[in-house]
Design a protein around this ligand. Structure first.
Ligand code: DQA
Length: 146
């Protein structure tokens, strides 16, 4: 069976398409989900794509990935800047993690410059829009073949 990459999206990302299009573009989360599914099919990966506005739910999904998935792509959205609990869950699951942001958070407000997730991530991609999800999956396809 193809290795499973879990793709997790945090709060307000269900609003993409209509949410601050000047910052996040016009693509919807369904468009990004399709891009990830198409990319995974090209690369021989299997993906599960999820979004939640509830931090506890995201933490439960991270725990359940341990031993089941080959890696996690996560856009923690606003929880990036606030959540020690998500950081700790990512460490506990012992999987490689790639952090993705649609926007370049370093060009934005200073409160977005700090991430609790980045120090425990394998890598961070920001500012490339949905291309960041695609790049993260491409990296995982190399990693699982090593
Ligand atoms: C975001 C950046 C975060 O600062 C913000 O809270 C989001 C989206 C991004 O994808 O650019 O909700 O993670």
């Amino acid at each position: 069976m193809a290795p499973i990459i879990l793709i997790l999206n945090g709060p307000n990302l269900n609003m993409l398409g209509t949410r601050e299009p000047a910052t996040y573009g016009h693509e919807t989360l369904a468009d990004i989900s399709k891009l990830c599914a198409d990319t995974a099919a090209e690369l021989g990966l299997s993906t599960e794509f999820r979004q939640t506005n509830h931090e506890a739910e995201l933490i439960d999904w991270i725990h359940k990935a341990r031993g089941r998935c080959a890696g996690i792509v996560i856009n923690p959205a606003a929880w990036t800047h606030t959540s020690v609990a998500i950081r700790d869950a990512l460490v506990a699951c012992e999987l490689p993690v790639i952090e993705v942001h649609l926007s370049n958070v370093h060009k934005r407000e200073t409160f977005r410059h700090h991430s609790f997730v980045s120090p425990v991530a394998l890598g961070v991609i920001c500012g490339l829009g949905s291309g960041g999800y695609r790049a993260a999956l491409q990296h995982f396809s190399h990693l699982v073949k090593e």
